[in-house]
Design a protein around this ligand. Sequence first.
Ligand SMILES: *Cc1c(COP(=O)(O)O)cnc(C)c1O
Length: 411
Amino acid sequence: MTNEQLLKVAQEFGSPVYVYDAEKISNQYKRLTNAFKSVKKLKINYAVKALSNISILKFFNKLGSGIDTVSIQEVNLGLAASFLPEQIIFTPNGVSLSEIEEAAKLGVQINIDNLSILEQFGTKHPNIPVCIRINPHVMAGGNANISVGHIDSKFGISIHQIPHILRIVENTKMTINGIHMHTGSDILDIDVFLYASEILFETAKQFKNLDFIDFGSGFKVPYKAGDIETNIEELGKKLTKKFNSFCKDYGKELTLAFEPGKFLVSESGHFLTQVNAVKQTTSTVFAQVDSGFNHLIRPMLYGSHHDIINISNANGRERFYTVVGYICETDTFGNNRRINEINDGDILCFKNAGAYCFSMASNYNSRYRPAEVLWHNNKAHLIRKRETFDDILKNQVEIDFGKKQEAALVK
Ligand SMILES: *Cc1c(COP(=O)(O)O)cnc(C)c1O
């Protein structure tokens, strides 16, 4: 999207506002499917938690994608967006057996990552095939908070526990139809990913009734100029070769599945905020915007970088600013950034605002969550209204404490 188009969206829908470019989403989807075009059966399951607006889900449905879900609410959202149960995989962590049963009842593919749950589920429902999430103990990601494959991770069943899985399968007569891994976000080195996939293939050999192998996600996208990103094309070539040769040995054409979130939506997103004031202190020039970590928590939560550009003055001379929010505690979006000169009222655009941005927004400081707009076929479509004061009070229950006591008069 051009700066002019973004500015027009801010004018029409107000700020702060999230804007997603549908074309970028479909380009990323096509890039991924193209990289794996030599796999006969490929399935992309978009990870709903990255950006879960129903219109975004419907757009993925139209692209031919399935979805990866982590809560029963996401499953229901997917069904509401017209996905068929068989296009949905449920990959929760730490949820109750009853939530898993609820999803199974709806007909979605279950993915289990806990031995005790596997045993209970297999005992009660031996006829429902399940996928198991393996922890290959490979450190794929850079950030400790989002890397989930390491030895102490709460995710997955350790590869060292395969004998125990096999015993449960034998005892319960349940069917394992898929093997899954998700090693966390930000894979920098595809060799590490390929190494993890070898472990997955070794594991897969021990299960005779597989329909698919799911390699999860964690693809890295560039956040700023010069950033490395996962080389999807190269990964496609190398993994396809390994996968096809595995299928030959296995004696069956399996489905290769992925479940990317960030890769598909991160770069499509732009978060537009308006500058309330430029404030000079003894050491810093702050640009204070009409938002905060209530709307975009990633910089404060994981120290993630979002490029910030001044779309109201894109050719102005560059100066240094620290861009901060209005939340009443430290709320820094970007420290000491070189940005085109900022004046009160300018619109700042945060890049890479598609994944884990709106979906993590809250009402902290009793602020409204922003509106969301989908830019599709050169037109802006409102896909979520900005909240109102009614939304803040909704579900709150007021108690009547009776008549106010007279304050004691100080004489
Ligand atoms: C969050 C998540 C994903 C998506 O990860 P990205 O880094 O956004 O691609 C995929 N699979 C599972 C199980 C997840 O929890």
